[in-house]
Write a protein that binds this ligand. Structure first.
Ligand SMILES: Cc1cc2nc3c(=O)[nH]c(=O)nc-3n(C[C@H](O)[C@H](O)[C@H](O)COP(=O)(O)OP(=O)(O)OC[C@H]3O[C@@H](n4cnc5c(N)ncnc54)[C@H](O)[C@@H]3O)c2cc1C
Length: 437
């Protein structure tokens, strides 16, 4: 069997790897000159650095199984990390029960209800209930109105670039559950991890296996059209011509799929068109010294333009990235957001000025590089009762499959859930079940 896969991100490459292991010949098309997509690298001073911040958790069992399978488990490192909150010019650590119970912006009773929210999220298993209730209503019921206004509302506004009326409680429920899973050992310390060399270490290890087994990975080869006529798949059109396959799998974001495939029936296109995505403007600062020493600084302060501060060298050993300190300053954006219209120079100036206000010791001469990365289609926005908007892997075109991160729900989209999704897709495509993760 020959399968064509469009997209050389983690999803496309993992799918190609699993299919290759089952004896399938794959051809993977990637538009850019590097693999990895959102998890791809930039090269800096001879080191690979993830364009966007990535943590791999010790509880990410599918990823850990892949590392073992590929012989790269010795390149995984994990460290205890810290998180904090920034509110009204002050920093508050939030690492253990003691921090929780003494968090000054909230009263004792509000803090108690905040702690209860985490326990409640762990115990709640009725997905239908969580996805039918708005995130504000759910959090207000569990945490209380004051905690919602002071703590959750600013964070939700930052994440959703303003409005979150149609956002189900699954959004916060999945996050609270994932973050709980990072806490290990009797002292429940938070852990975060990484692969030396970044996510591309994993992606290249899989790509090498695909190539060795005779599969093709074509970089700088944008697919121009997935050609289908009258419900029949004809092939994949690139600048080199039309290539036929037994099956074709599209792994990119849904709007890219509809744009590439004019032969899709109109009612199916309308259905797919209901899925929106958050975008991101995400400067990466390369510093000669640490900034916060926190993995994540959550910002619950409306005056700050970015959503949080993620310092990945709080868990990545700086010597693995050339002795540098890496700080990402993401701003999530809704479609059509004004933030997307800022030039790189405007983003740099606004972000650096804000850092100077937040950290009086911060000096611009500590910045060795500042990259501004942007992507329009980063995270699918699942609306209330959105389960029935999730497309299945089969499409109306015979032998054409859609396997993308918008189908991952209510789990968050990350390397762990994406590789699990690739496994499920392999089983579906071959109608077989693979050995356990
Ligand atoms: C800011 C941010 C933070 C994140 N944090 C974490 C984290 O801490 N931990 C974690 O595990 N995950 C994290 N993730 C999520 C993770 O990066 C994504 O879930 C994952 O990379 C998605 O992979 P994908 O293959 O589904 O999509 P993509 O990476 O988008 O891959 C799609 C690929 O298709 C290619 N393509 C597009 N059009 C064409 C065409 N016409 N022809 C050929 N190729 C085409 C693109 O170039 C791209 O390479 C984060 C993501 C972001 C953006």
């Amino acid at each position: 069997m020959r399968i064509g896969i469009i997209g050389g991100g983690i999803l496309g490459i993992t799918l190609g790897y699993f299919l290759t292991k089952q004896g399938v010949k794959v051809t993977i098309y990637e538009a850019s000159d590097t693999l990895g997509g959102l998890a791809g690298p930039i090269k800096m001073d001879g080191y690979n650095i993830d364009r966007f911040y990535h943590a791999i958790l010790t509880s990410d069992s599918h990823l850990q199984a892949l590392f073992a399978d590929l012989g790269i488990a010795d390149r995984y490192r994990a460290r205890e990390t810290k998180t904090a909150f920034y509110q009204q010019g002050q920093f508050f650590e939030m690492n253990d029960m003691k921090d929780f119970m003494t968090f000054p912006p909230l009263s004792l009773i509000d803090r108690f209800r905040l702690g209860l929210t985490i326990v409640y999220a762990r115990l709640e298993r009725n997905l239908n209930r969580v996805e039918a209730i708005n995130v504000e209503k759910w959090l207000t019921q569990v945490s209380g109105r004051r905690t919602f206004e002071r703590f959750w509302r600013p964070m939700l506004r930052a994440k959703f670039d303003g409005s979150f009326e149609n956002t189900p409680a699954t959004y916060i429920w999945s996050r609270l559950n994932r973050m709980s899973s990072t806490r290990s050992g009797a002292n429940q310390k938070e852990m975060a991890g990484y692969l030396i060399g970044g996510y591309i270490t994993l992606i290249e290890a899989m790509a090498n296996q695909i190539r060795q087994a005779g599969g093709e990975i074509l970089l700088k080869t944008p697919v121009q059209e997935v050609v289908a006529r009258a419900g029949q798949l004809k092939g994949v059109q690139t600048a080199a011509g039309l290539q036929e396959f037994d099956r074709v799998v599209v792994t990119m974001q849904t709007p890219l799929f509809t744009r590439l495939t004019p032969g899709l029936p109109q009612d199916y296109r309308d259905f797919l068109g209901k899925t929106d995505y958050l975008g991101i403007v995400c400067p990466l600062l390369v510093l000669d010294r640490p900034l916060t020493n926190y993995w994540t600084l959550y910002i619950t302060d409306d005056s700050i333009p970015f959503t949080g501060i993620i310092e990945t060298t709080a868990y990545i050993d700086p010597k693995d990235v050339g002795g540098n300190h890496l700080v990402y300053l993401p701003k999530y954006t809704v479609p059509g957001s004004e933030w997307f219209k800022l030039s790189d120079a405007e983003v740099r100036e606004t972000w650096l000025k804000t850092l100077e206000q937040m950290f009086p010791d911060f000096r611009r001469d500590s910045v060795k590089h500042m990259f501004v990365h942007r992507e329009r289609l980063v995270e699918p926005i699942h609306p209330l009762n959105g389960m029935n908007l999730i497309p299945s892997m089969e499409t109306p075109i015979k032998d054409l499959y859609l396997v993308n991160a918008a189908q991952i729900y209510p789990a968050l989209t990350n390397g762990e859930s994406v590789t699990r999704h690739a496994r499920e897709a392999t089983e579906k495509l071959l109608k077989t079940s693979l050995p356990g993760a």
